[in-house]
Design a binder for this molecule. Structure first.
Ligand code: AMP
Length: 230
């Protein structure tokens, strides 16, 4: 489906709320959208063995957020590298900004380029459901593809559908780290939502499975950025 004007979307959701799965589905339905996941960008740096990669790794393992300044530098640089800092570009961010400080700093980069985020969708998912979901989550690190053994299993057990490479568990998907990550998410959420509410771009969709949430999300994109009939 084609979009009629540029969409710059932020998906706001707790760890395990389905951001990765929903992103894949959006990209399939709206092929002009490109996506960037801050978690994937950080994880792709981990194998480099640099001082920065050790620093990143210790934050992730403990379920802590990286400092805003570092995140803005990393993701701002990535947006620039991808040539996304202009008013024609259409993209989706997953996992960044995650604090109101990041949101403000990002907007200072985007606004002068007329490329501010124009839609934020909060994924409201029951946090008890999230904990069960993360336990069943396996990932293909190189591509960021996410599988769930209960409702979205790989075709061959523990192998990526596209490359056939082995799937792994994320180090930070343990019960202890997940509960820390959820607490942090809840703490940052209200000021972040308020920031985007004041910019008049905030929407919320609710439901405990991606099959329930996805149609609501796609409808928001269609209503605001596409034609119903194309
Ligand atoms: P995610 O894949 O989005 O769940 O991110 C995994 C981990 O990467 C988080 O628990 C944080 O340690 C780190 N991270 C990802 N995005 C951000 C961000 N915007 N700000 C700070 N830390 C982040």
């Amino acid at each position: 489906m084609a979009l009629v004007r540029p969409l710059r979307l932020l998906l706001l959701g707790a760890p395990g709320s389905g951001k990765g799965t929903l992103t894949s589905r959006l990209l399939k339905q709206f092929p002009t959208i490109s996506s960037l996941s801050s978690g994937d960008i950080l994880r792709s740096q981990l194998s480099s063995g640099t001082t920065l990669s050790h620093e990143i790794s210790s934050y992730i393992k403990e379920g802590k957020l990286l400092p805003d300044k570092l995140m803005v530098r990393l993701i701002g640089g990535e947006l620039d590298k991808r040539n996304w800092l202009n008013k024609q570009s259409t993209w989706l961010l997953d996992g960044f900004p995650r604090t109101v400080g990041q949101a403000r700093s990002l907007d200072q980069v985007l606004k002068p380029n007329e490329a501010s985020i124009n839609m934020v969708v909060e994924l409201d998912v029951d946090q008890k459901v999230i904990i069960d979901r993360i336990e069943a989550r396996w990932v293909h690190v190189n591509s960021g593809r996410v599988y769930n053994l209960d409702y979205n299993p790989p075709k061959v057990p523990f192998k990526d559908d596209i490359t056939g490479e082995p799937l792994t568990k994320r180090d930070d998907d343990t019960a202890e780290v997940v509960s820390k990550r959820l607490d942090l998410y809840n703490k940052e959420l209200q000021p972040l939502k308020q920031f985007y509410q004041e910019l008049n771009v905030l929407h919320t969709v609710s439901g405990n499975t991606s099959d329930i949430v996805y149609p609501q999300l796609a409808q928001l994109v269609i209503d605001n950025y596409s034609h119903i009939n194309n």
